[in-house]
Design a protein around this ligand. Structure first.
Ligand code: MGD
Ligand code: MGD
Ligand code: SF4
Ligand code: MO
Length: 847
C-alpha cells in the first residue's frame, strides 16, 4: 500500500460525502493528504456553494482512524451458536491486531462453513448509501451471486423505500423524473415532511432565491415550525403556507383533492387522466365522498380554512403551469412522509394528488424525492435491498436474473436459489432472525447499527449472536463494539475513484488522493479480497468471478467495474450504455465523460444522450408521447384511506403492536398481517396518552406516554460519525437536546436548558430541554407544537459509543414496527414521557 506520496494536487473533483443534494467538491491535497475542500464553482448542482458540513468535510478524515485489521480474542462461534462473552465492548485488550491475510481467511472460513451447513440465507449484510456504486455492486455480487443470500439490506431502507415503492406502483418507476432545474420553472414548491433548510441546504437556498425573485408560492407540511418554514416566511410571508399534521398526511392529501375537485374543478386534469390513467375515478369519488376537510379534521389536525387556502394555491399553480406547458406544482418530500407505518400509502397519496392536478410527466412540476445520502440511489440501482436485482428489477424476474448472473459470472442456479428464499421483514426481519439464531453472520459495511430502531432490545442483542464483520474507518465506531472482525477501510477522499448518484440521477465521479492511510483498503478492494476467498471456499471459480487487476500502486481500479455495470444496464430503465458508444466512437473513457461534464444523468441509452451528459428530465406520459413504464403503460392512481378509526378497533391493533420490544416473543417480522391492518387504518405504531399532558412530570405514571416524539435531522451534523469528529460542526452543536413547547415545559416543571430524560416503552435517552424557538440551547431554529417532542439522531454517540456510557442514543427509544410494503420504520411517530433529571445536590457526585 502506498503511503509515501508527496505529490501536491489541488482541485481533485469529487462529490460531497454528505447529503443527497450532491454538491461538487474540490479536494485540496498536500503530500498525498487531503488538507481542505472547496466548493466546485463549475458544478451545475451547487455552482460554488456548500453548507458548513461540506465545507468542513476534510476535518474528520485523519482522526481516530483504524489502520490494522482487528480480531476479537473471544470469537462468536456461529455454528455452535455461542456468542462471544465480550460483545458490546471495545477495549484494546479484547482484540488482537491481525494481518489482512489472516483476517480475510478467518472471515472466509466462517462464512463458507455457515453457508454449507445452513444455506446462503444465514449470512446477512447491512450496507450503505455512503459507499460508491462500484462497491455496492460488488456487495450485491458477493451476497447474491457468491454467497447465495437474499438477506441484503442497506440504510436506504431507513428513508427512501416508501417513496420508491410508491413510484413503482403509480408510475412504474424507481425514482423521480424531475431535476433541480425544475425549480426555476415551477409555479409552486412543496416540502412535504421535508426540512431542507437543515437536510438539503444548498437546494433550499436555490428555492429561497427563486422565491425572492419570482414570488414563488411555497407550502411546507410539517408538525414543527422548522427553519424551513420561518426562512421562507422571511422571504415572503404572503406566499408561504405551512400546515401542521402529525401522521395525518394521507387524509390531508385527500382533503386537498376534495377541495380541488369541488371548488377548483378547472385544476383537475380530466383530459390527461381519461387518456392516461387508471383508478382515478374511484380515487376522485372517494375523496369527494369522504374527505371534506371538516370531516377529517380529527385525523389531520388542520383547520379546514387553511386546507381550503392551500388547495386554492395548489389549483392556481397547477392551472398556470398547464396553460404555459411548463411549470405547476413541484413537490419535494422527506422522511416526515416516508418514515411512517403507512409511508408507502403516504407517498401514493401525494402522487395521486399531483397526478389529479396534472403535475406529472411535464417540465417544471412533479414529485422529486430527495435522497438522504450521497449515493442512496446507488444502493437501489445495484440491487442492494431484499428482493431486488440490479437496475431496479425484481429477483423473481427470471430472465433478468439470468442476465445478471451472467454479468457476475456466477452460476445462474445460484440466483434462482436466492429468489426462492423468504426474507420477511427486511432489515428488522434479519435482526429478529438473528435473535432466534437463524441469521448466523452479519456484515456491516458503511452503516452504523445505531441507525436502526430498538437498539437495546433488538439490534444489539441480535448482533451479539451473529458472527459480525465490520468494515469501518474509525476506531471508536459503535459497530466495532459488536464486531468479531474489523476491517479498516480507506475513506472518501482517499479513493482512486468510484461514483455516487445524487438525487437528480446524476453520477458524479469521486476521485481522491489514491493514497489511503497505510494499512487501510478501500471498500472496493476489501470486497474483492473477501469475495475471492469466499468464492474459493464455496468451490466457485474465483478468478473468473473477480477478474479485476490491481494497479501499479496496489489499489484496484474501479473503472473496469463501472464499465461492467454500464454494460449490464442495457435494456433497463437505467440504461447507461450510451456511454460505451461515446467511449468507442470518441475515445473518451467512461470516467472521463463524467469528470469533464461534472456529472452525467441517467438514463443514457444512446450515443447522443450520453454525449449530451445524459437525460436531465426523464419524462413519461402523453406530453412526451411515451407510455408510463407500468405493465399497461398507464398511470395508476389508488385511493388510500385514512378515516377516523373507532376506538375499539384502534385499541385492538395498538395493544398488539405495543408488545414490540417489550415482549421478547413478539417478533414484528412474523406479524405482517397485523402491520398490514395498522397500515390500512393508517395508524402510527402507538398513540400518546394525551389525557396526561399538561401535568407535572412527577404526576405522570410510569406507564403513561403523553407526548409525540419525532426523531430526525439537525443542520450542523451529518449522521453520527464524521461531523461529530469535525471541530466546527461539533462546536456549533455539541450536545443532545429535546425540543419542547413552552406551555408543555411549564406544565412539566422543566425550564429551558435543564436536563431531561425521554422515556418510551423500549428505552430512553437524555438531552437538554430546548424550549421554544428562543431557547438558549443551540441550535434553536424549530418550534414544536404542543404535545410534541423532537430530537436529532446525529448526536446519538457524541457522548460515547460504549453502551455503558452512552446516554444520547435516540434509537434506544424507537419502535421496530415498519411499513409492511416498503419496510420503512416509523421514526417520526413514537410516544414518550419526559422526566426531569434533577441536578446533583451538594455532596453528591455528578455523573
Ligand atoms: N444536516 C443533515 N442533513 C442531512 C442528514 C443529516 O444527518 N444531517 N441526513 C441526510 C439523510 S440520510 C436524510 S434521509 C435526510 C432527511 O431529511 P428530512 O426528511 O428533511 O429530515 P427529517 O428531520 O428526518 O424529517 C423532516 C421533517 O419531517 C417532519 N415530520 C415529522 N412527522 C411528520 C408527519 O407526520 N408528517 C409530516 N408531513 N412531517 C412530519 C419533521 O418535523 C421534520 O422536520 O437528510 C439528509 N441530510
Ligand atoms: N431515530 C432515527 N434514526 C434514523 C433516522 C432518523 O431520522 N431517526 N434516519 C435514518 C436514515 S434516513 C439513515 S440514511 C440512516 C443512516 O445511518 P448510517 O449511514 O448508518 O449512519 P452513519 O452514522 O453515517 O454511519 C456510517 C458508518 O460508516 C462508517 N464509514 C464512514 N465512511 C466509511 C467508508 O468509506 N467505508 C466504511 N466501510 N465505513 C465508513 C462511519 O464511521 C459510520 O460508522 O439512519 C437512520 N436512522
Ligand atoms: S451536505 Fe449537502 S448541501 Fe451541504 S455541501 Fe454537502 S451535498 Fe451540499
Ligand atoms: Mo437517509
Amino acid at each position: 500500500m502506498p503511503n509515501e506520496a508527496t505529490e501536491v494536487k489541488t482541485n481533485i473533483a469529487t462529490q460531497c460525502p454528505y447529503c443527497g443534494v450532491g454538491c461538487g467538491t474540490l479536494l485540496q491535497t498536500d503530500k498525498g493528504r487531503v488538507v481542505g475542500v472547496k466548493p466546485d464553482a463549475r458544478h451545475p448542482t451547487n455552482r460554488g456553494l456548500q453548507c458548513v458540513k461540506g465545507l468542513t468535510a476534510a476535518k474528520p478524515l485523519y482522526v481516530d482512524r483504524l489502520t490494522t485489521p482487528l480480531i476479537r480474542k473471544d470469537l462468536t462461534d456461529p455454528l455452535a451458536a455461542r456468542p462471544s462473552r465480550t460483545k458490546g465492548r471495545f477495549d484494546a485488550d479484547l482484540f488482537r491486531e491481525a494481518s489482512w491475510d489472516e483476517a480475510e481467511k478467518l472471515v472466509a472460513e466462517k462464512v463458507a462453513a455457515v453457508v454449507k451447513q445452513h444455506g446462503g440465507g444465514a449470512v446477512g449484510l447491512y450496507g450503505s448509501g455512503q459507499l460508491p456504486v462500484e462497491a455496492q455492486w460488488l456487495q450485491s455480487l458477493l451476497m447474491k451471486g457468491v454467497i447465495g443470500s437474499g438477506a441484503v439490506e442497506g440504510n436506504a431502507r431507513m428513508f427512501n423505500t416508501a417513496a420508491a415503492a410508491a413510484y413503482l406502483e403509480t408510475m412504474g418507476l424507481d425514482g423521480p423524473q424531475a431535476t433541480y432545474d425544475d425549480i426555476e420553472q415551477a409555479d409552486m414548491v412543496v416540502h412535504w415532511g421535508h426540512n431542507p433548510r437543515s437536510a438539503h441546504p444548498v437546494l433550499f437556498w436555490r428555492i429561497a432565491d427563486r422565491k425572492a425573485t419570482a414570488k414563488l408560492p411555497t407550502l411546507v407540511v410539517d408538525p414543527r415550525r422548522t427553519g424551513t418554514v420561518t426562512a421562507l416566511e422571511q422571504v415572503s410571508r404572503a406566499s408561504s403556507f405551512h400546515l401542521q399534521t402529525v401522521g395525518g398526511d394521507i387524509a390531508l392529501c385527500n382533503a386537498i383533492a376534495h377541495v380541488i375537485a369541488s371548488e377548483h374543478r378547472e385544476a383537475v386534469d380530466r383530459e390527461a387522466l381519461a387518456r392516461d390513467a387508471v383508478g382515478w375515478q374511484s380515487y376522485l369519488e372517494g375523496c369527494k365522498a369522504r374527505y371534506a376537510p371538516e370531516e377529517v379534521q380529527a385525523v389531520t389536525g388542520v383547520d379546514p380554512k387553511a386546507v381550503r387556502k392551500v388547495a386554492a394555491g395548489w389549483a392556481a399553480a397547477s392551472v398556470a403551469g398547464r396553460k404555459r406547458g411548463t411549470g405547476g406544482v413541484l413537490c419535494f418530500w422527506g422522511s416526515g412522509l416516508n418514515q411512517a407505518l403507512h409511508g408507502h400509502h403516504n407517498a401514493v397519496s401525494l402522487i395521486n394528488l399531483l397526478a389529479l392536478t396534472g403535475n406529472v410527466g411535464r417540465e417544471g412540476c412533479g414529485p422529486l424525492t430527495m435522497a438522504g445520502q450521497p449515493n442512496a440511489a446507488g444502493e437501489r440501482l445495484t440491487g442492494g435491498l431484499t428482493g431486488l436485482l440490479p437496475f431496479h428489477r425484481r429477483l423473481d424476474d427470471a430472465a433478468w436474473r439470468d442476465r445478471i448472473a451472467d454479468a457476475w459470472r456466477v452460476p445462474r442456479a445460484r440466483l434462482a436459489q436466492v429468489a426462492a428464499q423468504k426474507n420477511p421483514g427486511f432489515i428488522i426481519g434479519m435482526l429478529e432472525r438473528a435473535l432466534k439464531g437463524e441469521q448466523k453472520v452479519m456484515f456491516l459495511i458503511g452503516a452504523s447499527h445505531l441507525d436502526l430502531p430498538d437498539t437495546e432490545r433488538l439490534v444489539r442483542p441480535a448482533l451479539t449472536r451473529t458472527f459480525t464483520v465490520v468494515n469501518e474507518i474509525y476506531r471508536h465506531a459503535p459497530n466495532n463494539l459488536y464486531a468479531d472482525v474489523v476491517l479498516p477501510a480507506a475513506c472518501w477522499g482517499e479513493w482512486v475513484g468510484g461514483t455516487f448518484i445524487q438525487s437528480e440521477r446524476r453520477f458524479n465521479l469521486c476521485e481522491g488522493t489514491a493514497n489511503p492511510l497505510a494499512g487501510t483498503r478501500p471498500d472496493i478492494d476489501i470486497l474483492i479480497g473477501l469475495g475471492r476467498r469466499i468464492a474459493a471456499g464455496l468451490g466457485l471459480d474465483a478468478a473468473k468471478i473477480y477478474p479485476y487487476q490491481r494497479r501499479e500502486d496496489g489499489l484496484y481500479d474501479p473503472e473496469p467495474i463501472f464499465r461492467e455495470i454500464v454494460a449490464a444496464s442495457r435494456g433497463s430503465l437505467t440504461d447507461l450504455t450510451g456511454m460505451l458508444e461515446v467511449e468507442r466512437r470518441d475515445k473518451t473513457g467512461l470516467y472521463e465523460q463524467i469528470r469533464s461534464r461534472r456529472g452525467v444523468q441517467w438514463p443514457m441509452s444512446s450515443y447522443a444522450a450520453a454525449r449530451a451528459g445524459g437525460s436531465g428530465r426523464r419524462l413519461f406520459g402523453p406530453s412526451v408521447s411515451k407510455p408510463w413504464p407500468t405493465t399497461d403503460g398507464k398511470l395508476h392512481l389508488r385511493l388510500c384511506e385514512q378515516q377516523p378509526v373507532a376506538v375499539g378497533e384502534q385499541r385492538e391493533v395498538l395493544d398488539q403492536l405495543r408488545r414490540a420490544g417489550v415482549d421478547q416473543d413478539f417478533l414484528v417480522s412474523e406479524q405482517l398481517e397485523l402491520l398490514g391492518r395498522a397500515r390500512d387504518l393508517a395508524l402510527s405504531p402507538e398513540q400518546p396518552d394525551a389525557a396526561w399532558r399538561g401535568k407535572h412530570f412527577k404526576e405522570v405514571p410510569a406507564d403513561k406516554f403523553p407526548y409525540w416524539l419525532g426523531l430526525g435531522v439537525v443542520y450542523e451534523h451529518y449522521h453520527s460519525a464524521k461531523t461529530i469528529r469535525a471541530p466546527t460542526p461539533r462546536k456549533l452543536c455539541n450536545e443532545q437536546y429535546v425540543e419542547l413547547h413552552p406551555a408543555d415545559a411549564r406544565a412539566l416543571g422543566v425550564a429551558d436548558g435543564e436536563l431531561v430524560r425521554v422515556v418510551t416503552r423500549r428505552g430512553s435517552f437524555e438531552g437538554r430541554a430546548a424550549v421554544g424557538s428562543g431557547s438558549r440551547i443551540k441550535p434553536s431554529r424549530n418550534a414544536v407544537p404542543r404535545g410534541y417532542l423532537f430530537s436529532p439522531w446525529a448526536l446519538s454517540v457524541a457522548d460515547a459509543a460504549d453502551p455503558r456510557d452512552n446516554r444520547w442514543l435516540v434509537n434506544a427509544a424507537a419502535h421496530r414496527a415498519f411499513d409492511p410494503v416498503s419496510g420503512q420504520p416509523a421514526f417520526k411517530h413514537l410516544v414518550a414521557r419526559i422526566e426531569k433529571i434533577e441536578p446533583p445536590r451538594a455532596g453528591e457526585v455528578a455523573r
